[in-house]
Design a protein around this ligand. Structure first.
Ligand code: ZN
Length: 399
């Protein structure tokens, strides 16, 4: 056991100073840092939720848009049908009107024929009357009176020729009348067909108009859906922007906390604290190594101090290593701003964990003699972008 009584004394003093047991070493700074990290995680989760919601909305949008396009095409097609139907109806009505006119013409001709037939009948009756009653003598009297059969035959032929002519005229007029009646019947049938067609077209137009209204209603429903989707998109995009802004703010805060700006002196030079009090036993640079006696580059400064002496963070930053590192023994590395880091080796005890945020001057470990070490001391390094530099560039070593 390397732990000596005075070391234990220092350890107890140390624990007394920082007021925490070594197992409960989280600090308020770390707590708030972790809280912020959690907040960041929540903002990022909300962000990805908003993103996936936006993806869903975009899918919905393209679906509704496609439906709208289809409905618009349907409406255009129905409109075309309606225009065609309207034309058909107009044509049918026009034809119907023409046929009505023709029917009227036919009936007026029919009336004419009736009149003609009436005139012929009157003439015929007149002639018959003349035949039978000419001069107040009836036909029999006339026949008997003549006495001359040839004279009688002549008279009869004359009358019958006149009668035949009347009959022929009558028949001719009657034929015309029948033909006209047939024509009228044909026109009437045509008229009936046309009015049936008109009715059919009107019904078709009504049902097509109904269909148009239904499609229009479906379209206006889709329009409403689209408006809703667009509104949701706008609100989600706004929410997304807010989450992104929050995440960016927290990220900046965390970065600032992780590597806080380093304190500077009046000339603007970065200044760090001396990590532990004690005598400087070895400087930065070439030297004969105390253990293997070989000329080696010493990458830090050695400060001898009794085991258990507190080691303090030379500047605020984030612990990136806290554990055993071969010849360095128990070691802490803190990352600072400006690509700087500090290293504390050969510790007896570590009081921080990786990821912890430490303030400048915060006790992070206790001096020890672990690793390749010839006695209790702190091996302290400052590195810029991983390259060891003389700690005296940043620290004014006093005692
Ligand atoms: Zn050293």
């Amino acid at each position: 056991m390397k732990v000596r009584w005075f070391s234990l004394y220092f350890l107890l003093v140390l624990v007394g100073i920082i007021g925490l047991s070594p197992l409960q070493q989280t600090t308020a700074a770390t707590d708030s840092f972790q809280a912020k990290e959690k907040e960041l995680q929540q903002a990022q989760e909300a962000q990805s939720r908003a993103e996936s919601l936006l993806q869903d909305l975009a899918q919905d949008e393209s679906k509704v848009m496609a439906e709208l396009r289809q409905l618009e095409e349907k409406l255009a097609a129905i409109h075309k049908q309606l225009v065609a139907l309207e034309q058909d109806l107009q044509r049918t009505e026009q034809t119907s009107t023409e046929i009505k006119k023709n029917i009227e013409i036919a009936s007026s001709r029919q009336a004419q024929r009736e009149k003609e037939l009436g005139a012929i009948m009157i003439r015929y009756n007149e002639r018959l009357r003349q035949i039978y009653m000419s001069g107040g003598i009836d036909l029999l009297d006339l026949l008997l009176e003549t006495g001359d059969p040839s004279e009688l035959a002549l008279r009869l032929r004359l009358f019958s020729a006149l009668l035949e002519q009347d009959v022929a005229l009558y028949n001719e007029a009657l034929e015309k009348k029948v033909a006209l009646e047939e024509e009228q019947g044909r026109l009437q049938r045509q008229q009936t067909r046309l009015s049936q067609e008109e009715k059919r077209l009107a019904v078709l137009r009504q049902s097509t108009e109904q269909h148009y209204r239904e499609v229009e209603q479906a379209k206006s429903q889709r329009d409403g859906q689209l408006a809703q989707i667009l509104a949701q998109q706008a609100s989600q995009e706004q929410a997304l922007a807010e989450y992104q802004e929050t995440a960016a703010k927290i990220t900046a805060w965390l970065a600032q906390r992780r590597t806080p700006p380093l304190p500077t002196d009046q000339t603007g030079k970065v200044r760090m604290l001396q990590p532990t009090s004690g005598k400087i036993t070895d400087e930065f640079g070439w030297r004969i190594h105390p253990i293997d006696q070989v000329n080696r580059f010493h990458e830090g400064i050695d400060i001898a101090a009794p085991e258990g002496t507190p080691i303090k963070a030379a500047a605020g930053g984030r612990v990136v290593l806290a554990g055993w590192v071969g010849g360095y023994g128990y070691t802490v590395i803190i990352e600072h701003a400006d690509n700087l880091s500090t290293l504390y080796a050969h510790a007896f005890l570590l009081l921080v964990q990786v990821g912890e945020i430490v303030n400048s001057g915060q006790t992070i470990a206790a001096v020890g003699n672990t690793g390749l070490s010839t006695g209790p001391h702190l091996h302290f390094e400052v590195r810029r972008s991983g390259q060891a530099i003389n700690p005296r560039e940043y620290v004014n070593f006093g005692a």
